[in-house]
Structure formats: structure tokens, C-alpha cells
Design a protein. Sequence first.
Length: 339
Amino acid sequence: MSSNMLSSWIEGHKLQAPTMQDAPAFFRNIEEKLDVRRANHSFWSDTWKDRDALDFSSNDTLSLDFASGGARSLPDGRYIYLEKVEQEIAGFHGAECGLILGSGFEANVAIYTSIPQAGDIILYDELVHASVHDGMQKGRADKISFHHNNVESFREALLSALGQPLIQEKERSVFVAVESVYSMEGDICPLKELFEAAKDVLDNVYFFVDEAHGTGVIGPNGSGLVNALGLEKEVAVRLHTFSKVLGANGAIVLGKKTIRDALITLARPVFFSTAPSFPFVALIRSGYKLLISGETKTRQDHVQHLVKMFFKKITSNPAYQKAVEMGILSVPLTEGWNE
């Protein structure tokens, strides 16, 4: 191991929690868990940047060099191009760090099994994606649901969480699981209203926003609902997927470095999965280049035009009104669409 790699490894294994006594419990608790790995030398640390080093952990057995060859926890699973693209995407969305995974489903399971700790509480919209439910089921945090897009129901859930001693004492955190655009219903989360309601009740509330169906169609250049509302610094974790607007596969989790470290070190779907290959990442980058450049603006505007035209046509059709009255057909999103 070269001196640069050794110094990087030593720096990565310094205990962090003792230096974070004044930090929010959310980040301090994660770092305490990571410190256990640092203490027994099993913490993921970024050391693979030295060209003179030999890699004995690669799965690229035949040296075809078409793929990463290793899991994210291994040296060749965090190659320079991949990390460059992750940082570019994070910058576009106004986030500190990003981590690309194989799918949105895998990403949600990784988030909810590694970030919330025992004693934390997850408040979740009753219609969140199945992957969120799977992640919460496998995780250790307590769970409280609230009615879909209902701010008052959310407030009641907050008050219920406030009744827990560890939450009152701010030793544990409350997480809110929502989608920006709901995958099955197609409606948009009242994120700003939920955020304001949370601030009125607790200050140790952290939002996890799944932007899978908002990516590319909402916000500046398609950057998502969080960016559209200017809440980039307020939302703890964001998930953007590439399989809708971008025409690729996979997803990226956005957040602070602590979040990224926790996912790589603690999340089994990340730790034991092969990192995305170069062609996979290059395709994602190509799609993002189109978003960032503004070349997709005309198409984004056209999508909104088609949606409004559909609503206008169907709501003005007498046959549709009759079908609704008879209970034959219903398109809930048409209610108040032009307000």
C-alpha cells in the first residue's frame, strides 16, 4: 500500500461520533454505527486512486474491462468515471453527494434498511411505493402511516411520534417517506405544506423523497419537485431514477457524505452488489447532459401541453360525465386540474 493510500485509509477510519456531540442525532447516530466499522477496520474507505497499486479483489477475471468487476465496497467498484458522474448528477440536483445503484427498488430497500435506526420513527404516506414498504419491513425503525397527501393526517402522525420519549429528547429522529409524483396515482405530493407542518411540531424531522416520477418533468430542467420548491438543503435523502424520462436504468440516492458512507458500508443491497458498469453509467450521463443543457425543454413543455389537453377534452365530454355518475369510469386527477 502506497503512502497516499495508507494516509487515506487512516483518515477514513478516524472515529467521527465523538466530534459530533452538537450535531443532530440523525447524523450522530449514523456516525456512531459507522464508528463500529471503523474500529474493527471494516469501514468502507476511498483508497483506490493510486495507479501503482495492485488490485487482488477484482471480479474481472478475464480482464475484459467492460464492467466494474466488483461491488461498491471493493476497489474496482468505485472507479473514477463512476464517481465523476455521481458528482455531476448530485451537482445538477443541488446535493452534496450521490450514489448510483442498479434500480429504484434496490435503492429504496438500501435506504430504509441502513439509514433509520432502532428507536427512530418513519411516517409514511399510505400510498408510497412497494419498494419503500419492503425497505421499512426489513428495517428496524417504527412506522406510522398517514392518509395519502393529507396534511392534517400527517400532523396527527407527527403528534403521535412526539409521544415517544426518545423523540421528545431528540435522541432519535422522525423520517417522512413520500413520493414527489406518486407512481400509481399520478398526483403530486404537497411537500411544502408537509414540511411546514413538520416544522410546527418537531425540529428533528427528516424527509426522504422518492423523485422517480418527477425526474425530467418537474422543476428547473427537470431536476425534480424538491428543486422546484427550493428545498434542496432541507430534504435529507432524495431518490432519482433513470428508467423513465432518461431512457436508461438504475437510480441515484442524493444526500450528505454521511448518507453515502452509510449506504456503502451498511446497506446489504449496495455492499453485496456489483457496481454499475461503464456503458451503464455512460448512458445515464448522456441523458443527464440533455437535461442539464436544456435541450429537453421543448419536450417537457409538450408533455405538459398534452396533459392539459387530455384533461380539457375528457372533462368536457358528456359521455365521460355520465360514466363518472354511473360509477363506470373515474380519473381522479381531472378534479380541479385547471385551478
